[in-house]
Design a protein around this ligand. Sequence first.
Ligand code: HEC
Length: 492
Amino acid sequence: MPLFNFPIRVALPVRFATMVVALGCLAVFSNAHADTSAARGASVFQQNCSACHQAQGQGLPGAFPPLQGHAVDMYKITDGRRYLTHVLLYGLNGKIEVAGQPYNGAMPPWAGTLSHQQIADVLNYVLTAWGNKASLPADFKPYTVKEIAAQAKAKQNGDDVYALREKLSGTKSKSVAGSGAGAADRAAHMKLDVPLHTAVPAPVYVALQNSNDIGVLPTKSTWQGANSAHYVALSADGSMLMASGLKTGAVYVFNTATGKLRGSIHLDDVVQGVKIAPNGKLGIAIGAKHGVAVVIDLRRVKIVKKIPVGKTPHNARFSADGKTAYVTLQGAGAIAVLDMNTLTKVKDIATPGLAAPHNLDLSDNGKRMWIRDFTGHVGVLNLVDGKMLKVIKVGNGHGGIDVIPGGRYVATGAIADHIVSIIDQKSMKVVKNIDVGNGPHGVRASANGRWLYASMTVDNNIAVINMHTLKLAGQIPAPGKFPFWLAVKGND
Ligand code: HEC
């Protein structure tokens, strides 16, 4: 059953022949413009959207809604033109229904990742590709960069866009928290079933992207100064925290004892993952746009070197001795290996079966790499011979990954899903998918491996999993919005 009642559009009566000619000319002009914009949008789509919405915009039933045969329907609802700009800029979180299929994922926000021009281009592409053009209103004018820039001032988030969608579509589906399988279970567990200090024995630092803060558990205090906080990393001794700013292109360095910013650097890049070397002297920040690993002197908060690493790098991990750094190349289907003495790239290791390696961690002996991709898989790479041992299906979308101290399990989040998957390291099989709520992205265990924390981007809390029972112990409300990533003392 269709979800929306579209306002009926009255076709414009054709008036004078001269008018028609004039309009015809205009149409040629605007179509030419649309074609170039849409043509550019095709590559924006292939690189950023097709992993979820699929190459032909056909979607994946139950996981990612189709855009083919559907995007124009959304355009045609009252205020749909503006709605689509908000979905792209700010994302969408909440339970929706498309062509009778429920979806309860999270569409990531793109403001800061894609330029306003790229957002206009990809919308023009999505609305005209795969036969969608045929149902577009005849008076459709392509989105312009100006229009996107104007909407970018609205400062919304995925929850606000969901509220807008609900309002415009005139339906009243239930709130996210109360829907979906396991909701009753989750509601019952909203409170932790153990004391907070038991579940959080050492500080957990949370990047609160939409509040521009770092949140600290168990105290629930917040630190200011990390605008659009994205990834965070802690030094081995816990004294220093490094954070990236998604929209600012900056790297921030905090003193964890005082919660004060020690310094920041602007990288003129889209800054993704950050990591601190075991000796605490150097950090790496990934510049995704320019394909570099930026090495930073943490004491002086200065750039030491920008190492070219490859296409669309995402996150980094040091070997235990700090001599090597590994970088996921989301755009190349490979892991770049860096020599941290010479600060150069040594080689790439291909990741067959994982098209877009996203986040990574190492086994305790450093011989295996556990890689989370962008679309719901974990790959196990043997670093001794460079062979991919196994690719494992996990929850939808991308997420963090953690080799849990103790050597038994690996955990991974799934931002477009409700589950944290627990994988047995030996058998390389998922032993449990734990229903944690909506939008789990970052995952990190306590240093003793007893508790696992997941940052819930949609529900705005930190889910805590008891690693003895492999059950949800409850959720701690996040002290801000869009908890994206977390760092834990003793296990970074
Ligand atoms: C990580 C997966 C993922 C990626 C990447 C992604 N999307 Fe989405 N998208 C989703 C999910 C999931 C939803 C539905 C969200 C929900 O259930 O609330 C969605 C919803 C949408 C919608 C709204 C549909 C509606 O019915 O309201 C549009 C439009 C859209 N995406 C376009 C895009 C475009 C264009 C891109 C690339 C720039 C993109 N998406 C990238 C997962 C993704």
